[in-house]
Design a protein around this ligand. Structure first.
Ligand SMILES: [Fe+2]
Length: 320
């Protein structure tokens, strides 16, 4: 895909995510689908020094994030295990407010690898089992939603561990095209409830209720919280929510052209606006020195320059 994007041509007061404004939606949809990356390789940008991106590298990454909400960097050489590079990359895209989740390391960046059971709890991210579709931090409070994520591969598994991604805005398009009422259902403030997290009888995180899709007031951007888990989740008990959730599950289990498959190699990483993703099972080979290790940073910020309002104001400047 191209390293620059064509800006949207809209009046600033309208929103493509307003279900009552089909015209705005259709215009945005047309923009969204034009020059949309066809395969994960289209998202890859080679980077010489992650601590100091060149303007061309930064623009190439940003344009992919503006269009598809994700880009994949590929560092050619250096110390892939240097954790500092994750924070540094994030900062170059305005990602600064780190989410401190329960199992993050002290620097709030999580090392994802197979670890023995901790504190009597069993967490699939720290096993080699498949990880079903989700957005990160879907159980977070409304004020601590995860909008940006950097996922960096230090070392890959001997086998497996592929990631599959779906831009949450494409999920929106597929749902709205199928039936706008599905979106009305998923935008309800009580569409999805994650029950409290309790360990050994102690509540370590309260229940969280919220919408699947929401529109950020200050940026105009679409945000999504979702998990495909079927246990420990309570969907709103109405017909359209059930049908919408079922349709989305079908899309995610299918072979939509918008699904990106990519198996990260050492030195590669994803920078994204917390799009939908899943992980296939993998097998480590510690004796052979092939043990999967990823660093993950979650942010309350979106990637700077990908806000819908930024793109729109760019249009006004461009088109007069
Ligand atoms: Fe995740």
């Amino acid at each position: 895909m191209s390293d620059s994007i064509t800006h949207l041509r809209f009046p600033a007061a309208t929103s493509p995510f307003d279900l009552a404004d089909d015209r705005a939606y259709q215009r945005w949809r047309e923009w969204k689908l034009s020059d949309y990356p066809g395969v994960a390789e289209d998202l890859i940008v080679s980077v010489a020094n992650p601590f100091r991106l060149t303007p061309a590298e930064k623009q190439a990454l940003l344009s992919r994030c503006q269009k598809a909400n994700a880009a994949i960097y590929r560092i050619s050489a250096g110390d892939f295990a240097d954790k500092e590079l994750v924070g540094s990359l994030g900062r170059q895209f305005g990602l600064v407010r780190l989410d401190r989740n329960l199992r993050a390391d002290e620097d709030s960046i999580t090392s994802l690898k197979v670890v023995p059971e901790t504190r009597g709890a069993y967490y699939i991210p720290y096993t080699n089992r498949p990880l079903n579709w989700h957005t990160d931090g879907y159980y977070n409070t409304p004020g601590e939603q995860v909008r940006g994520v950097v996922l960096h591969c230090v070392s890959d598994a001997a086998e497996g561990g592929e990631n599959v991604y779906l831009d949450h805005e494409m999920a929106y398009v597929l749902l709205r095209d199928e039936n706008p009422e599905y979106l009305a259902a998923l935008m309800q403030p009580d569409a999805m409830t994650i029950p409290a997290n309790t360990e050994s009888g102690v509540e370590i995180r309260p229940a969280q209720t919220g919408p699947v899709f929401s529109v950020e007031t200050h940026s105009g951007s679409l945000h999504m919280r979702y998990t495909a888990r079927t246990r420990s989740i309570a969907w709103k008990d109405d017909r359209n929510t059930r049908r919408a959730v079922g349709f989305l599950a079908e899309v995610l289990a299918g072979d939509s052209a918008f699904l990106f498959r990519h198996r990260m190699r050492p030195g590669e990483g994803v920078i994204c606006n917390n799009i939908l993703h899943k992980r296939e099972a993998f097998a480590d080979d510690p004796a052979g020195g092939r043990t999967r290790l990823l660093y993950r940073a979650r942010y309350y910020d979106r990637i700077r320059g990908t806000e819908l309002n930024t793109i729109w104001s760019g249009v006004r400047a461009c088109s007069g």
